[in-house]
Design a binder for this molecule. Structure first.
Ligand code: AMP
Ligand code: ZN
Length: 447
């Protein structure tokens, strides 16, 4: 039985599906710049969620959105639209920026072998639906108009503070003087922004007789309603989304439909470097291409991410990435060995593997099981199905003779016959194979 943490209840619960098909929504990238390894960690965790559900026999429909309009630099209602910022930075149009960074995201997404979403929803494809959603919220009495947009009146939604356990009076007291003075409550947010005369904003649509664009939070409620229908089973995102973005999504969906948005909410914690959150503003970001330049593949990074837990704080170091890489090479070698000798595997492997990941996606425990048990080729197939680590596909295919040499070298080293082991190593290099001695034992691979 799958157990997952539920942000609503703040505890780990048995997962109970709402219907035949599990409806899942993931808040996706804002496509105005390169995504860093912290961003990709979140998609790796949610891929594990999807694959775990599938291995448990569930059917899944999963939607991922691309934010290509409306996300302001403040995450609230202030600052520049991130897409406009990207366009100014690179001297391109906002549409070119969105296209370029969407494609870059997908290239990395595929390199990580992440499950293809059933729907990839671009925010700009749902503008008509956004307008209808604002109409509906207005009709239901949840909005008011100011000079710069249509705002959601959070005092109208009784449960507004519940999800994030917000202190609304503290928020009100801390609200900055002068900022959008027409706002009734500090927590109110724009569902639609008007473009002021002279304001630069390339993406614009006519609504209520004026040019404007949707507020960032709106797209997720609109897309969910259109593509999945609320309530959905599981909504995922980073912990940074709890107090504002997800809280606002919940409020909007209630105002539009009178329904709950999602039954389970999963939030991942941040990847840090030297104890600091990986973020563009701190300038400590690595992309997957940066890791590749240092000799680490997307799969090595995925292995590193999956060796920890989505709710834990994870500090990224190149030493720990190296350890993950070695571990993966070791697994690939064990698969290559399966072609050389008949490995029976352990009993009930799939059940044992599921026991581990069904405990709130504990991939680390599953990894320990894999480390400690001898697996058959078929069982390695299940490992690949669950983690998408391309282990079988990338396991080195070697001849019997080469395998015999590798084993002879291991023996020679055990007997401290280093002259012979060096001789064999040279012979293996001639055959295009390097051998590296690690605490996990010798690891070999094609050069
Ligand atoms: P963004 O493109 O900024 O909207 O971010 C995409 C996703 O990455 C969101 O779900 C964020 O919560 C998540 N995210 C951002 N920074 C990190 C980080 N350092 N570690 C893990 N996830 C992150
Ligand atoms: Zn969202």
């Amino acid at each position: 039985m799958l157990k997952i943490y539920n942000t609503v209840e703040r505890k780990i619960e048995d997962f109970k599906p709402l219907g035949e098909v599990i409806k899942i929504y993931t808040c996706g990238p804002t496509v105005y710049g390169f995504q860093h390894i912290g961003n990709y960690a979140s998609y790796i965790y949610w891929d594990l969620l999807i694959r775990t559900l599938k291995l448990n026999g569930f059917n899944v429909k999963r939607v991922l959105n691309f934010t290509d309009v409306g996300h302001l630099t403040s995450d609230g209602d202030e600052g520049e639209d991130k897409l406009e910022k990207g366009a100014a930075r690179e001297g391109k149009s906002v549409y070119e920026i969105a296209k370029f960074y969407s494609e870059d995201f997908l290239r990395n997404y595929h390199a990580l072998n992440l499950t293809e979403p059933d729907v990839i929803a671009k925010a700009t494809d749902y503008i008509e639906d956004d307008m209808k959603a604002v109409d509906k919220m207005t009709e239901n009495g949840f909005t008011y108009e100011t000079a710069d947009g249509i705002y959601f009146d959070t005092s109208k939604f009784e449960k507004y503070a519940d999800f994030a356990k917000l202190d609304l009076s503290g928020l009100q007291a801390g609200a900055r003087v002068g900022f959008s003075s027409e706002k009734k409550n500090a927590s109110d947010f724009a569902v639609w922004k008007f473009i002021q005369p002279g304001e630069k904003h390339a993406m614009r649509w006519d609504y209520l007789g004026r040019p404007g664009y949707p507020g960032w939070h709106l797209e997720c409620s609109t897309i969910i309603d259109k593509e999945l229908g609320s309530p959905i089973d599981i909504h995922t995102g980073g912990i940074d989304h709890i107090p504002v973005h997800h809280t606002n999504e919940i409020a909007q969906t209630f105002a539009m439909t009178g329904r709950e948005l999602a039954k389970y909410w999963l939030h991942c914690n941040f990847i840090t470097i030297d104890g600091e959150k990986v973020s563009k503003s701190l300038g400590n970001i690595y992309t997957l291409d940066d890791l590749a330049k240092k000799g680490f593949s997307a799969m090595d990074y995925k292995m590193w991410v999956l060796s920890g837990h989505y709710q834990g704080t994870r500090n990224f170091t190149f030493e720990s990435l190296e350890a993950a890489k070695i571990r993966r090479l070791n697994w690939r070698n064990r698969i290559a060995e399966c072609y050389q000798k008949n490995v029976k595997g352990i009993n009930d492997f799939k059940e044992k593997l599921l026991d581990a990941v069904n405990s709130n996606l504990n991939s680390a425990e599953a990894f320990a099981l894999i480390d400690n048990e001898e697996l058959s080729l078929k069982q390695w197939g299940i490992v690949d199905e669950l983690f998408g680590l391309r282990l079988i596909e990338e396991s080195p295919k070697i001849s019997e003779e080469t395998y015999a040499l590798i084993k002879e070298r291991e023996m020679a080293r055990k007997e401290k016959n280093f002259a012979r082991s060096d001789e064999i190593r040279d012979e293996l290099i001639k055959q295009g194979i390097t051998v590296k001695d690690t605490p996990e034992g010798p690891i070999w691979q094609y050069i």
